[in-house]
Design a protein around this ligand. Sequence first.
Ligand code: ZN
Length: 275
Amino acid sequence: MSLSSPYPDLDELLATVGEAGQRLSEINASEGAAGNISICIGWPMEVRRRFPVCRSIKLPHVVPALAGHVVLVTGSGRRLRDIPADPARNLCAVIVGEDGESGWMHTVPGAIFENPTSEFNSHLAVHADQVERSGTNFHAVIHAQPPHLTYLSHIPEYRDEAVLNRRLLRWEPETIVNLPRGLGVLPFILPGSPALMQATIASLRAHRVVIWSKHGVMARSDVSATRAADRVEYAETAARYEYMDLVNHQRAEGLTREELHAVVDAFGIETELLG
Ligand SMILES: [Zn+2]
């Protein structure tokens, strides 16, 4: 899927990143400076008026597919909850060079961070993979640390994708409607590492949210940053129900397989999760 013109302008895009950051903060998925957001824009966009300070950087991952794209990304150490008040101060605009190896990092004067987020390699790699595969002209990626999902990933049996999806889909009809491909699950992999980046690319081909076990999640959308944040919220809400049921001695019924089939049929959802 691609966005069609008239395209959102820079201020509108910055505002949606702020909205997404605010919501992730409200659901306790971004304690301290945890979490980061980026959006990849495939149409021409002037960023120098808003971000007049510019320096050349080496990208943490080579992305020829993104040559000429603009990536708005949160700065290292910035807090997601601070973005709405002043998006330009908490983000930078990276223009990817023609070689896909270097880029121009644009910031406001007196920027309060040195570099993009330390997870920028995974953000870039997922954007490039999705742009290459689907030809989309817009892509949003969020890393957040929702506590219930992350807690469940500490329990070995929930690191089995089939088990996790079966247990999380059963709490409200919205879950399968909004996450028809379910959640991917990765084992614990060192944050910011090439191994995490590679595993994330692969999992986000099949899913729109992937759990980084014992750490958090990464979610994507080709519509908006807020849509990606919604996906984190739907997944975290399901995990909260699951957690409630565990501490309440598993007394709940949950949606039955038949009830889930009825939801899928009524809403015309294509899913392979129900077998
Ligand atoms: Zn993290």
